[in-house]
Design a protein around this ligand. Structure first.
Ligand code: 5GP
Ligand code: ZN
Length: 155
């Protein structure tokens, strides 16, 4: 038997009440939502690496992969895969990155498990820096992604 994993250090750790993504899940903070089901929500990253950069979260607060059971882990990646199809189609991207950070040492800034879906175009190959989008651009791309996910679910 393997011993249980140790907790992953993150100085940003907070209670659910103070968790920014729990606030988004509860609608207490605004976000550009692109997808929601009973257990997950997906919304645009406020400081994206590319147009359409989306975060997929389980609604249940858990900080890292180690706080979720195997089913929850499988489900959040299944949703990320589904969301990626809408993100890539809506942004006319050529590929996408999946990123998921656990703990401060891995650059996790928000202590609520989330999977990044980051679309990428061939012309941007190799660039991995944050970009600036205004509210109008964010709203437009969120609408396009949401519509694409809905269209793919019900063609
Ligand atoms: P991490 O480094 O924890 O994997 O990623 C956290 C991500 O959340 C960052 O890319 C950051 O831009 C994004 N983020 C931080 N605060 C907010 C917020 O209030 N709203 C949204 N939509 N994204 C956020
Ligand atoms: Zn939370």
């Amino acid at each position: 038997m393997r011993s249980p994993p140790k907790r992953i250090y993150n100085s940003a750790s907070v209670s659910e009440e103070d968790c920014v993504f729990c606030k988004i899940v509860a609608g207490r903070l605004p976000s550009h939502k692109v997808y929601e089901d009973a257990k997950h929500v997906a919304f645009l990253d406020i400081n994206p690496f590319s147009e359409g950069h989306t975060l997929v979260c389980p609604k249940r607060h858990g900080e890292t992969l180690w706080d979720m059971d195997e089913r929850e882990i499988a489900e959040v990646f299944r949703v990320a895969s589904k969301v990626s199809m809408g993100v890539v189609a809506a942004t006319n991207a050529d590929g996408f990155r999946i990123m998921q950070n656990n703990g401060e040492a891995a650059n996790q800034a928000v202590p609520h498990l989330h999977v990044h879906v980051i679309p990428s175009k061939l012309e941007d190959k190799g660039r991995f820096t944050r970009i600036k989008l205004d509210e109008g651009q964010m709203a437009r791309v969120a609408g396009a992604i949401a519509a694409e996910i809905a269209r793919q679910a019900d063609p």
